[in-house]
Design a protein around this ligand. Sequence first.
Ligand SMILES: Cc1cc2nc3c(=O)[nH]c(=O)nc-3n(C[C@H](O)[C@H](O)[C@H](O)COP(=O)(O)O)c2cc1C
Length: 303
Amino acid sequence: MDLRVEFAGLVLKNPIITASGTFGFGLEFMNFGDLKRLGGIVVKGLSLKPREGNPMPRIVETPCGMLNAIGIQNPGVEAFVRDKLPLLPWRETAIIANLYACSAQEFGDLTGVLAGEEGVAALEVNVSCPNVREGGAAFGQDPSQIRKVTEEVKKRAAGKPVIVKLSPNVTDIGLCARAAQDGGADAVSLINTLLGMAVDIRTRKPRLANVVGGLSGPAIKPVALRCVHQACKAISIPVIGIGGITSTEDALEFILVGASAVEVGTANFLRPDQSFRIVDDLPRVMIKAKCKEIAELRGTLSL
Ligand SMILES: Cc1cc2nc3c(=O)[nH]c(=O)nc-3n(C[C@H](O)[C@H](O)[C@H](O)COP(=O)(O)O)c2cc1C
């Protein structure tokens, strides 16, 4: 059975990628499975300088999901390149860097640091983080900004595939996907978290210190599927599906809608070996669907 997928200049051994911020730098999960079995790993969001993130509490459980306002805590791009990347199995599994910045110029500079790194297979550009006060949301909600950031990253990427990660917190996701395509993106990934809030009625306080945060997990899967469906209709570049994927069947739903690969996020919090289990379970679901190749299934939704 051929589980390989090829898109945007990437060849992945299977379509299962772990989502940024839910799988650390991969290294933290080495005791739960062989990282080489994954199609890809998107590492935690990276910024030019180290970031401490938001005050706690910054994760709360909600019905069928969770809210987070981590605020892109990370050791900075240089520490990633020096301390983490060499330890990852980048020859066997695609390591995708996730970029976070507050201006197009900063996105460009971040790209410049990563573009020359052999171990980085692709760049995923986070234009949608709703947690950080100083601007992240603005890029993802303005098609002209999405295009500008994409152009800047593409210019400095030295040929590495550029994946633009879109926010669902917009009225017309197709417009945002088109802006990324027009800016030269090789692929888009969606969705990032949905902006949400939870209240503690006993203390009468918001449950997140940041007041609002990003909702993820099974609760958002229908929204994610709708967004992926609309993006696939709006653009011709490949789409990576993200949002509430917990099982192999969930992954298949996104592939049928048109996704070339999927990212598994919050499910990794529920079971740290869940992404590995989905990889192992793929052949069973393919046999059931009477398919020998993933590509046979992609975009075959019957409307
Ligand atoms: C705790 C946490 C941290 C996250 N950090 C990032 C991040 O650094 N960069 C990013 O692009 N997305 C980040 N995300 C968003 C996820 O990658 C994913 O897009 C989102 O959670 C939806 O997928 P899921 O429902 O499978 O979790 C984070 C999500 C969670 C739950």
